[in-house]
Design a protein around this ligand. Sequence first.
Ligand SMILES: Cc1cc2nc3c(=O)[nH]c(=O)nc-3n(C[C@H](O)[C@H](O)[C@H](O)COP(=O)(O)OP(=O)(O)OC[C@H]3O[C@@H](n4cnc5c(N)ncnc54)[C@H](O)[C@@H]3O)c2cc1C
Length: 439
Amino acid sequence: MTVLSSADRDNAEKKVKSSYFDLPSMEISAAFPQATPASKFPPCTSDYYNFNDLLTPEEQAVRKRVREFMEKEVAPIMTEYWEKAEFPFHIIPKFGALGVAGGSIKGYGCPGLSITANAIATAEISRVDASCGTFNLVHTSLGMLTIALCGSEAQKQKYLPDLAQMKTVTCWALTEPDNGSDASALTTTATKVEGGWVLEGQKRWIGNSTFADLLVILARNTTTNQVNGFLVQKDAPGLTVTKIPNKIGLRIVQNGDILLKNVFVPDEERLPGVNSFQDTSKVLAVSRVMVAWQPIGISMGVYDMCHRYLMERKQFGAPLAAFQLNQQKLVKMLGNVQAMFMMGWRLCKLYESGQMTPGQASLGKAWISSKARETASLGRELLGGNGVVGDFLVAKAFGDLEPIFTYEGTYDINTLVTGREVTGIASFKPPASRGRSRL
Ligand SMILES: Cc1cc2nc3c(=O)[nH]c(=O)nc-3n(C[C@H](O)[C@H](O)[C@H](O)COP(=O)(O)OP(=O)(O)OC[C@H]3O[C@@H](n4cnc5c(N)ncnc54)[C@H](O)[C@@H]3O)c2cc1C
């Protein structure tokens, strides 16, 4: 008996299918003429409380510039790239020219934005496409910021100017297969040898890592047992990075599994300011605020899209916007966006005045991302069938929120950070077993 391979079986089955079986899909505007797809991005209707008034002229200008870029350059292509799970490398030069990479870093060719301007840029990028938001956050608020805050003067001068223009791209590798939420327990090692260090270990989930020119790697010093930071060049001997496939969200982001086998890093590429895990906290303080602004932007985009869709789409002889149930959902989403924006804005102000605590940042990230999940879920309902296809944004945003709910500290871990701060009791580790209860 001949056993057919699955490819042969598929080909054999195709022969008995219709002549139109293999035709390309209809263009979405022709397949669904009643509502405009997100490739032509909807106007912003989500700034209901005129938060723009809270921004300085500089912050407003950043907002306008980023919004125009995202709507013009990214909106038309994002669904295609999300579906292919590929990164649109051709937009990087224009992205670099926007003047947001490097965010709040001052000098070295970086824009020196206020934290609020950086946050607004993050929201405006994510309003159109959250993957682009993550690409920039990993590059700017993790990779570049670690070099700016923990690097030597020579490292800053060598790397930051090109990174600020996105002539080169960076990533930031903390998480490991065995150490996710418990990241400070990382086991990748750095062993001192003559003239440098040898890195050994494995990293997982690292955004941008498949194409990053420069990889920031956190590893445990085998002499001191403390966490140190290293700058590793793309294609360093012993370094391999492979893409993590099959994600349900942020599909444009290229997340990698990193293997480090006997990777040599010269002394001058060790970050002198990372001498313990605690030293990463000043980087994470900024990145956590920025990550909190991603779901704000995503929710704005979802609301904007739903608002337009409900006005355009008709059922039972009336626009969907005319039905009370739909209005209620829409208004609930709008209320969420206003509250999320207010919380995010206040976090920025606390940071800028030097008052923000880790617990405040964690509460912001956790609460905002959970409200965004609710908002996207309502939006998904409002769009009916089109709520499950990427062409109308909401399904894509719905998926994109899942990894955001999890990274930069999961919802749970962030609530525990705040919980520890407000109670003085840390509850990350399960209580030690006290033996069998007598009750
Ligand atoms: C798309 C994506 C991009 C990422 N990008 C990066 C990157 O660029 N760089 C990087 O270093 N990392 C990155 N990460 C990793 C991310 O930070 C981790 O996924 C995250 O910290 C959670 O770790 P984990 O996935 O191992 O989950 P786990 O730690 O295994 O957690 C699983 C579940 O258990 C819960 N849990 C764990 N511990 C506790 C506890 N003590 N109490 C209560 N509940 C607990 C968690 O909340 C979660 O619900 C990325 C992840 C994703 C998905």
